[in-house]
Design a binder for this molecule. Structure first.
Ligand code: FES
Length: 107
């Protein structure tokens, strides 16, 4: 397996509905993860882009959160509709999607 150029971690942490921190899972992150996998498959980008689900990455209240390495870019409030733009702009084009960036205080 080749070393990917980018590795995307989608937080799929779940917590009970009454938990004060909430969770990305409760905000639809599994659908986001599936959208990333579907786009990876469509583009046959298995060698270039790794996509992995993860546990909590920190700022739960902003989920669904997506972390991209090697840059260490954190996207917040990601929906399945945002995945195509992240692929085109960031993962393929090298330009992070500004409107989805987590505030500096969060990351
Ligand atoms: S549950 Fe996703 S960042 Fe905490």
């Amino acid at each position: 397996m080749a070393k990917p150029q980018h590795h995307v971690f989608v937080c799929t942490q779940n917590r009970p509905p009454t938990h004060p921190r909430g969770s990305c899972g409760a905000k639809g992150s599994v659908a986001v993860l599936q959208a990333f996998w579907a786009e990876q498959q469509k583009r046959q980008a298995y060698e270039k882009i790794g996509i992995t689900n993860s546990g909590c990455v920190g700022p739960c209240e902003m989920g669904a959160n997506v972390l991209v390495y090697p840059e260490g870019i954190l996207y917040r409030g990601v929906t399945p509709e945002d995945v195509l733009e992240i692929f085109d702009s960031h993962l393929e084009g090298g330009v992070p999607v500004e409107r989805l960036l987590a505030p500096k205080a969060a990351w």
